[in-house]
Design a protein around this ligand. Sequence first.
Ligand code: FNR
Length: 363
Amino acid sequence: MVWAYIENGADDERTLRENRAAYRDWYLSQRVLTRTADVDLTTTVAGTRLGLPVVVAPVGLAGAAHWHGDLGLARAAEQNGTRMVLSSASTYGIEEVARGAGAHHWFQLYPWRNRSLMASLLDRARDSGYTALFVTVDVPVYGNRLRERRTGMGIPPTLTPRRVLEAALRPRWVYGYLRHRRTTLRNLVSDGARADSVGSVEVQSENLTADIGWDDLEWIRSRWDGPLFVKGVLHPDDAERVVDLGADGVVVSNHGGRQLNAVQPTVRALPAVVRRVGHRAEVLVDGGIRSGADAVVAVALGARACLVGRPAVYGLAGGGERGVAAVLRILREEMVRALTMMGVSGPGELTPAHLTPVGDRAD
Ligand code: FNR
């Protein structure tokens, strides 16, 4: 059940698959004898200096993968000199992560129906030291995630014979689940919303509304002084309007293929957004990034940094905080190795000229 929740996309999962596949449309450009011995991956996003252009994406219900949950994601990000975006559907509270982490992180908000709930989350995020806000705008309704529906995603899980058997085969997961109980949506619980024993689908549908518009984003902008990113933008016209409204950046994202299926893979949508707003806003991208080479392609196409969702959750599920730290370390090492062999000393130097489109023949 947890695996289906993490892994699935919407409908027939075309966008989920193509997010990854679209990175295969590019080759990296190898250069030799370049004396590139000191690749430096440092970059700046939202006024924060990062050790690599990879950020941990907001993921709801992270505690279902491992009880280290959001705190594990935050600490692992720090160990690698980067940051995490805390989901508003997190399993550790805003303050808990701020207290347990060693650096300031960033906060993600859905434009929910309930403005006083949003206001309270924004105040709590600001008061506990989160420096940037990511507003996720691609969930006016919950995507049609069939694998999640088929497995009857819910917390606590209803007991079926199959689940009892699965639990018996995974005693460590059951121990972590029962001992630490990191599977409730703490931010909502402490705000009195009904979120103590329900799955993500119900929580979302209680709070989500398709009746949101640009005025809601304006309202959020007026309530948040720090850097603001709008996540879930694919169309350059939307990117432009978001930046006109005062956002500092956009995240080109289709929610990891979990929302509107059959939309463009994000790496395809990225260049047009960069052309439109890249000169006056920070453009980030996520979806399908699984290797350092993928991250190099994203940055070469104009992204200031990329976010990883599932890779971080896989690390969390496999080894808690250490697992996530290993995932980020591997991505960092892969980026350094790739840039060394491309003769590029850092992300700021990467341009589309460092890529060759598949099918482009030099003859
Ligand atoms: C997500 N994503 C997400 N996004 C968001 O803004 N708020 C959220 O609470 C969540 N929750 C969530 C849970 C899980 C299990 C996944 C896999 C994803 C989307 C996430 O931030 C990001 O856009 C995608 O995960 C990026 O695609 P990859 O890296 O998973 O391919």
